[in-house]
Design a protein around this ligand. Structure first.
Ligand code: ZN
Ligand code: ZN
Ligand code: ZN
Length: 370
């Protein structure tokens, strides 16, 4: 959980959310625990079977329904002075309370990760009301970061860089992926992360599987090693990937690493306001495809990042959303040679008025480790 922002920041966010909802023809928003709720009022309760929901609608004071036993926590959240709290005791039906506020008709955008339990109960209570996914209907709700958010993402990126520079000094050959992964997690915490969400360490052929995490494989001389790591610092995410080599690389290893680095750089150079998200993907993909490795670039080029590590805007073919100053996302092309090795290089980038700025500045050249 990050340090709270001033209360008026949350008031402005809730107001903007209500206006965006109206602009999209929505009746309002049903915000459930998770990044949406943290963003709009700074409240981060666990998601449980007891209903907690913030209802935002145009021309109406925001209302948050909370279980009575959690009212004290809700009152302490930084946005609580900007909304009305309604609590319900165990035994009462919170969906009836929500129904009174929602009205019998209309369409509400609802947090993507809302539990089916809650959505089904709401549907049963209000069969005429329609629900749509928050990211489908309001994809840009959290996408454009303000200065304070950018500063936090920058700090998270800098801490990830320090963890990477430190891991290069450690031993790779003879240790397992899991051991190096545990070291990376410790380093992220050491440099200020409050949570570590992933520390992928994928050696040799394991690196050719973009979803491999870390396993008992003993890292050996001659292995390419993909490391993809991140977590939250002050509530905001880091997510960086570097690919290193144990001992001297082969000509193919050098060629692929160089190709991915060139594609990553070109995609970064293409970042500026007004460019559609898909164009950043196309720039990276064109370079890799021209080199003959298009089919081995197995995933989209990037994803937005903020209070969560995967969120809009997605840097993918078909996403025509133009880049806007303040958007923050990853640029992470990769090439995966089945049975041999993989290479991925990932930085978090923010859109400025004139181009892009990276939050990760650690060396992207292939580091040789021991
Ligand atoms: Zn897998
Ligand atoms: Zn990553
Ligand atoms: Zn990523």
């Amino acid at each position: 959980m990050g340090k709270p922002f001033p209360a008026d920041v949350y008031a402005a966010r809730m107001d903007r959310a209500a206006r965006s909802a109206a602009g999209k023809g929505l009746t309002g928003l049903l915000v459930m625990p998770g990044p949406d709720l943290a963003y709009l009022c700074g409240y981060e309760p666990p998601m449980t079977e007891r209903l907690t929901t913030l209802i935002i609608a145009p021309d109406r004071e925001p209302v948050m329904i909370v279980p009575r036993l959690e009212r004290g926590d809700a009152e302490k959240c930084p946005g609580s002075s900007q909304l009305r709290l309604l609590d319900w005791p165990d035994g009462a039906n919170p969906y009836e309370i929500a129904a009174d506020l929602l009205g019998e008709l209309g369409t509400y955008a609802i947090t993507d990760s809302a539990w089916a339990l809650h959505v089904l109960e709401l549907q049963e209570t209000l069969p005429e009301v329609a629900y749509t996914s928050m990211t489908k209907s309001l994809p840009m709700l959290r996408a454009v970061k303000d200065e304070a958010e950018i500063a936090r993402l920058g700090a998270a990126g800098a801490a990830a860089d320090r963890a990477y520079e430190e891991i290069l000094q450690r031993r790779f050959a003879g240790r397992t992926e899991l051991e190096v992964s545990a070291d990376l997690a410790d380093l992220l915490r050491h440099f200020g992360h409050e949570t570590v969400d992933f520390t992928l360490v994928c050696a040799g052929p394991d690196g050719a599987d973009p979803h491999h995490r870390a396993g008992p494989r003993v890292i050996a001389e001659g292995d390419m090693v993909v490391m993809d790591f991140g977590g939250l610092l002050d509530g905001y995410g880091s997510d960086a990937t570097r690919t290193v080599h144990v001992g001297q690389p082969s000509a193919l290893a050098l060629e692929i690493h160089d190709l991915v680095r060139t594609a990553q750089q070109a995609a970064f150079d293409a970042v500026r306001p007004g460019v559609p998200c898909q164009e950043i993907d196309r720039v990276a993909r064109r370079i890799i495809t021209d080199a003959g490795y298009g089919p081995q670039f197995l995933h989209r080029t990037g994803h937005g990042i903020g209070l969560s590590t995967h969120e809009p805007p997605y840097i993918v073919e078909g996403e025509t959303q133009p880049l806007v100053p303040g958007m923050c996302f990853s640029i992470e092309p990769g090439v995966y040679l089945k049975g041999q090795f993989g290479v991925r290089i990932e930085d978090i980038v923010t859109v400025t008025e004139t181009g892009g700025r990276r939050f990760n500045e650690s060396h992207r050249e292939m580091a040789i480790v021991a």
